[in-house]
Design a protein around this ligand. Sequence first.
Ligand code: SF4
Length: 199
Amino acid sequence: MVDSAIEHVKILEDLDYTNMLISLKSSDVKATIEAYRLMSKTVNYPLHLGITHSGTFLTGTIKSAMGLGGLLADGIGDTVRVSLTADSKEEIKVAKEILSGLDLRTFGIKYITCPTCGRTRINIIELSQKIQSALERINKPITVAIMGCAVNGPGEAKEADIGIAGGIGEALLFKKGEIICKIKEENIIETLVNEISKM
Ligand code: SF4
């Protein structure tokens, strides 16, 4: 793949044309990573990253995150494309998550969500989805934590700008690890949205 691409680069260079961007897409993650690593050492043109035919939403997201994420973390890659057998809007969301996960770009709110454990006192999966939907249109670089218990939640997410830690029928609202107030479960989303709007 790399040899073939370099041949084509030479054809263009022989025509004094250098305004190019190179793509070496494959559906094989390891082959893609190795090809781009080799290409980045061989030529000095911008590289367009992608795992092609990567699969359905879950498989394709994981393969794209591994391939694109691994290369971007090494400083390789200038543009990206996520290709999923899914709604094309999902491709954009996945690409944004890959870039923001590496702090290469920010696209609004970043989330810290607890993975749940025996201490979880609230339906954190449902709550996380509802909070993320409610805050979807906020385009500020704020870190929001959604934690499952008041014992460890505020401390585990102390780097978050704001967050909630669930209890039974209620939650604690905290900012930078400091507890601000207690809120009833039915008011969690409204209170969080209001507080974030003030920020
Ligand atoms: S925040 Fe609480 S519920 Fe969530 S993982 Fe940590 S200890 Fe468990």
